[in-house]
Design a protein around this ligand. Structure first.
Ligand code: MRU
Length: 344
């Protein structure tokens, strides 16, 4: 029987010197694992959405660096090329580039075989993410009064080292008896809400109702929801937040209906080198992902599609950014600098 704190699901597992990834494309119908034996396979798995969610792709890439070091031996140039390939697998989530930058630095500093140092670093990144999520769960959960919440995409154990960012806050507040029901956007076109978030919450015994994104305005107008709680793929120095497409609309709606808006992300998602949201690269995926579903056409033949998979929520629409080192209310440049100073 699942407990309210159930956090048994893991999407990225390093065991017996092997990297296993839960194939999230097949959930919830099938629980199948792929073994990623090379850095190229890890990069493919990230690009093809086998593993997804900003922290999880950073963790997977960090282990990918270990596989690359093993395969490249003393050939440092080849190893650096593999690290570049991993970092380029998806453009928006900064956790990916952040994890690879850490591994690159270790390669540069190491003499001889870098593999043991890279493995220790990957494990450290993985474990730190899990404990950051637990801490964010406490900090963010404390902001939630009694009521229902709305979330978007999947930010749970599947998207992280475990427990989750926004979903970790929801888990924590639910365990404290402060959330009655979670409303989850289905999250077109990959259905991370319907397939993944609902799957995780049902596993935990947390009541969940799905809605299509178009229903969010009516839900917020109904007064049933006290917080919209989402994750992030990259937070710029001024507090602008890139997250799954549709997040920006939720923030506008939340402000209009006087509902508070919380972003939950570890400091590995904060990119102080990116000044604002306009400088965040937004991934556009193939139009086929919108024009067909499970191999079947769902659009009129001849239609084209625009498929940006992230958008940017301006900082002034955000009430709180919750990280493992603290909460920034009404984020802006000064607040973000102060937060990152605390991390240092
Ligand atoms: O395209 P995805 O599924 O990788 O997008 C994931 C999201 O947008 C999440 O909200 C974000 O990565 C935060 S996950 C803790």
């Amino acid at each position: 029987m699942a407990t309210p704190d159930n956090d048994g699901v893991r999407a990225v597992i390093w065991a017996d010197d092997r990297l296993r990834l839960l194939d999230q494309r097949l959930l919830p119908a099938q629980t199948a694992w792929i073994e990623a034996t090379t850095a190229a396979k890890v990069a493919d798995a990230i690009r093809d959405m086998v593993v997804r969610g900003a922290p999880a792709i950073g963790i997977a890439a960090a282990y990918g660096a270990v596989l690359a070091a093993r395969a490249c031996g003393p050939d440092r140039e080849a190893l650096m090329r593999e690290l570049d390939r991993l970092a380029a697998a998806r453009p928006t989530a900064v956790n990916l580039g952040w994890a690879i930058a850490r591994q690159r630095r270790l390669v540069e500093e190491s003499v001889g075989d870098a593999t043991p140092a890279l493995l220790a670093e990957a494990v450290a990144i993985h474990e730190a993410d899990l404990s950051a999520n637990r801490r964010m769960g406490e900090l963010g959960g404390a902001l939630v009064e009694t009521g229902d919440v709305l979330t978007h995409c999947n930010t749970g154990s599947l998207a992280t080292g475990g427990y989750g960012t926004a979903l970790g806050v929801i888990r924590s507040a639910y365990a404290d008896g402060r959330i009655g029901r979670v409303y989850a956007d289905e999250t077109r076109p990959w259905l991370q809400g319907s397939r993944l978030t609902a799957w995780e919450l049902i596993h935990d015994g947390i009541p969940v109702s799905l809605l299509c994104e178009g229903a969010a305005a009516s839900l917020l107008a109904s007064g049933r929801v006290s917080w919209v709680i989402v994750g992030a793929d990259r937070i710029a120095a001024n507090g602008d937040v890139a997250n799954k497409i549709g997040t920006y609309s939720l923030a506008v709606l939340a402000r209009h209906h006087d509902v508070r808006f919380m972003v939950v992300a570890p400091t590995s998602t904060i990119d102080m080198a990116t000044p604002d949201g306009a400088a965040i690269p937004i991934e556009e995926r193939p139009e086929e992902e919108l024009l067909s579903f499970a191999g079947k056409a769902v659009a009129a033949a001849g239609a084209s599609a625009w498929n940006p998979v992230f958008d940017v929520t301006p900082a002034d629409l955000i009430d709180a950014i919750v990280t493992e080192v603290g909460v920034v209310e009404h984020p802006g440049l000064a607040g973000m600098h102060e937060l990152m100073g605390q991390r240092a």
